[in-house]
Design a protein around this ligand. Structure first.
Ligand code: SAM
Length: 677
């Protein structure tokens, strides 16, 4: 079987993030066949059976035996060769799946208990598997035929068509079969260059050829093809490009504010949805294999029991680990998959500031917040670079940064051609600014947190490791810590001649071809000291700490107390001003604002008020005296001018006289009203 289809099959089934549906302790070795499949290909049908997902937590690998059996270079990682199932083993496994369906990692107290899948779900799953097997058998047949007709590009003579005077392939409508075959050949040669390369041909020539073919075959701009190619050894780059051609599994996140995963699974199974837990690593995710109902319109969806959310999008929140009663900032939050997950993890306590400057997207965010019954969120629409000037002192900050989207090409193929070199300058620039703002917004002295998580759905080093490296350099008061995510690949510590801090290996990369998730990057920082260059920011953190250690007076009690006295006494603004101020103060604290910052602002504006012409009762008495003095001075100076414009003077005087009357009338009626009451 050719590499392409075998990998596709793998993406559908073999490399999946779902938990292995076998009894705890059953030998893991059962699931796969090994390199014999390569050396001595079994009949296609046999090889293609049993695509059931089976991935342990550390299965961050993929099958490239289809391409080349050589180990990966550089980082010493090897491709997972044993991805092909033996038909007998498959059968056993299938039987076992039918018997068992584990919700062992469910969120309830009986967390490791095995639960049986309902008959309906088994049936659905089996039907789906049968269908897959059927499709794969057909694909294998087609591939055999295809192999039989492949004669004109063969062996290692990958430059043949260019040289023999024939029109280069690039000038013809692309013959996909030929391109694919040549890509395969060149990848194989690059994998064992000294043995397989044509004498006199350089590696660069082969690379240029394969990049041209990849651009044509998969539809990337030459720039993007090269950028992504450079991330991996040749065999793996090929697997990456292939994986971008197939959609990732549909995953939903259980909203634990409203239901439990087991209940939700049962409800959806009853509606004809075939699903299973997304993997041992998540207690809330469900992978959907098949559905007879639209997942965005079920009663469970509409009543907020789940949200459609890519598995990769769980990861930054899992790394962030927001705790109940904390104060969290989600800097770039729309449409809110991660915000609402934070709220669920915090059990609707504390406060999450969900920020996104894109107002149209913020509407979607608000919609999700309402639908999912989230009540601890404040939505704001700042450019996140404005933080922490807007507010600081957070326990945790999530920056799920705007990015080029090179990790989600299967969802948005326009990324293949729309991104230019300029994007990989401007986006990292913005990401660096945002990450510094995220760091400076966190309270390093937070008793529970002091954590910043930076994530992107891009796989380019410019937007990931380079940004993190920049932040480490600019903010020595943060250090990288383990993300706590049990799978994924370590971040790069060196790339194309650039060396990064050794701690970069604590960051995590996720690739479509390794874990069958969207490409993603996650870095977790711990803030260990105040931001050094900005004492103002330190003060914000100190102020916030002091505020948080004073008891919050219950606003309702206060209001009731005030009302009791108020029943017949009328509303005297001056007398109640104290209550109003205190209530405002408490309300601000509850919402996470620093009331002191506000009172500092008020002081400022009082000073301003002296300069401007504002009502005297709003200005402190000594300021009033000063103001009176300066007014007298001013009127002395202005006197000659006034007499110069004689015609204006009477009108002005009349106006002032009538406005004085207005004011005194209003004052009288106000006093009268108070008296009446
Ligand atoms: C990757 S998306 C966020 C997805 C979101 N975290 C979720 O899980 O649903 C990036 C977001 O960054 C926002 N964004 C762009 N520029 C920004 C800026 N200067 N400050 C804050 N957010 C920004 C975009 O509007 C976009 O919604």
């Amino acid at each position: 079987m050719g590499s392409g289809r075998r990998m596709k099959r793998k993406q559908r089934g073999d490399i999946e993030l779902t938990q292995k549906p076998r009894k705890e302790g059953a030998p893991a070795a059962k699931k796969r066949k090994t390199a014999t499949a390569k050396a001595d290909p079994a009949p296609a049908k046999k090889q293609k059976k049993a695509p059931k997902p089976a991935l342990d937590e550390d299965d961050d690998e993929f099958d490239v035996d289809a391409i080349n059996s050589d180990d990966l270079d550089g980082e010493g990682e090897a491709f997972d060769e044993d991805s092909v199932f033996d038909s007998d083993e498959e059968e056993q496994q299938l039987q076992q799946q039918k018997k068992e369906f584990l919700f062992s990692d469910d969120e309830d107290d009986d967390s490791d208990r095995e639960e049986r899948l309902t008959a309906a779900n088994i049936e659905g799953l089996t039907r789906k598997l049968d269908q897959q097997l059927e499709e794969e058998a057909q694909a294998a047949e087609a591939e055999l035929q295809e192999a039989a007709i492949q004669t004109n590009i063969g062996g290692e003579d990958v430059f043949a068509d260019e040289e023999e005077g024939a029109k280069p392939l690039s000038m013809l409508a692309p013959d996909l079969q030929l391109l694919r075959s040549r890509i395969n050949d060149v990848i194989r040669i690059l994998g064992d260059f000294s043995k397989l390369a044509e004498p006199g041909r350089s590696r660069a020539e082969y690379t240029a050829q394969v990049l041209k073919d990849i651009s044509a075959y998969y539809g990337y701009s030459p720039f993007m093809a090269e950028k992504l190619w450079n991330l991996f050894p040749p065999q793996e780059a090929y697997a990456f490009f292939e994986a971008n051609e197939t959609p990732r599994p549909v995953v939903i996140r259980t909203n634990t504010l409203k239901t439990h995963r087991r209940e939700l699974a049962q409800a959806l199974i009853n509606r004809g949805v075939t699903l299973e837990p997304v993997g041992k690593w998540s207690k809330v995710g469900l992978q959907v294999f098949d559905t007879t109902v639209p997942l965005g319109a079920t009663p469970e969806y509409l009543s907020g029991h789940y949200i459609l959310q890519a598995a990769s999008s769980f990861l930054p929140v899992m790394a962030l680990q927001p705790q109940p009663n904390e104060r969290v900032l989600d800097m770039a939050s729309a449409p809110g998959g991660k915000t609402t997950y934070c709220s669920a993890m915090m059990n609707n306590t504390g406060v999450v500031f969900a920020n996104d400057p894109n107002k149209a997207r913020a509407k979607g965010l608000i919609g999700n917040i309402h639908r999912l019954g989230v009540r601890n969120t404040i939505v704001c629409t700042y450019d996140a670079k404005e933080f922490p000037r807007v507010m600081g002192g957070f326990d945790r900050v999530l920056l799920d940064a705007p990015c080029s989207g090179t990790g989600v090409i299967s969802k948005d193929p326009s990324v293949k051609t729309s991104r230019t070199e300029k994007d990989f300058i401007t986006l990292p620039h913005l990401q660096k600014q945002l990450l510094l703002a995220a760091i400076d917004s966190v309270n390093h002295a937070s008793k529970t947190g002091g954590v910043i998580v930076y994530s992107t759905c891009s796989v380019t080093v410019d937007e990931d490791e380079s940004v993190v490296q920049y932040a480490l350099r600019k903010r020595p008061n943060v250090r990288l810590v383990d993300t706590g995510i049990p799978f994924g690949r370590e971040g790069y510590t060196s790339y194309m001649g650039k060396n990064f801090d050794a701690s970069l290996k604590l960051t995590k990369r996720f690739f479509p071809h390794t874990v069958n998730m969207d490409g993603f990057f996650v870095a977790k920082f711990q803030k260990v000291g105040p931001s050094p260059k900005d004492t103002g920011r330190e003060k914000v953190e100190k102020d916030y700490d002091m505020e948080m250690h004073q008891p919050i007076v219950d606003e309702d009690e206060e209001a009731n107390g005030a009302k009791k006295e108020d029943d017949f006494g009328g509303f005297d603004e001056e007398e109640d001003q104290d209550y109003i101020e205190r209530a405002k103060h408490n309300a601000m604290r509850r919402r996470g604002f620093n009331p002191r910052a506000d009172s500092a602002k008020k002081e400022e504006s009082k000073k301003e008020a002296v300069k401007e012409d504002v009502p005297m009762e709003d200005v402190p008495k000594d300021e009033v005296a000063k103001k009176e003095e300066s007014k007298k001075e001013e009127s002395k100076k202005a006197a000659p001018k006034k007499s110069a414009s004689k015609e204006e003077a009477p009108k002005e005087a009349a106006k002032k006289e009538s406005s004085k009357k207005e004011v005194s009338k209003k004052g009288a009626s106000k006093k009268g009203a108070t008296k009446k009451a």
